[in-house]
Design a protein around this ligand. Sequence first.
Ligand SMILES: [Zn+2]
Length: 185
Amino acid sequence: MTTSASVPAHSDADSDAAIAGGSVTDRLVEANTRYAAAFADAGLDSRPALRVAVVACMDARLDVNAVLGLANGEAHTIRNAGGAVTDDVIRSLTISQRKLGTRGVVLVHHTGCGMETLTEEFRSELETEVGQRPAWAVESFRDVDQDVRASLRRVRTSPFLLHTDDVRGFVYDVKTGLLREIDPA
Ligand SMILES: [Zn+2]
């Protein structure tokens, strides 16, 4: 993810106007009409063809299918802020493996993640503002390599997963498009 303080990599008058006019969703719906007109994937199985699940950050610059060369129907993709392996990600991975036949797990975090700019103090800020402390951890981090290692451990030690022998973690470089694998040791 990126924070609101981040400067967009690109912006043009058309998209600014669309955002200002509140018509972003309309644009997406129009795009869907074109997508459906050319749709040819009606025969896909709900079980991912490559039997792999990807857990990735929600960052807008991380096009998971493009980065990994994935086609529709080939993988599960689970995303959140930071690509954190939360209880809910374990829930999805458990269903992915036990009900939909996946085996491998690929974690993709990235350079320049907005989670590096947050701290757990964010929860206190929220509590001050709204009068309620969130139950969830912020899952902020300072060292992306260490964060991937911690995430690898959470997947590998989960008692709910059937397959933890093929779990690999990577940092995606938003400046080059390249993945760098993280040694779990
Ligand atoms: Zn991120």
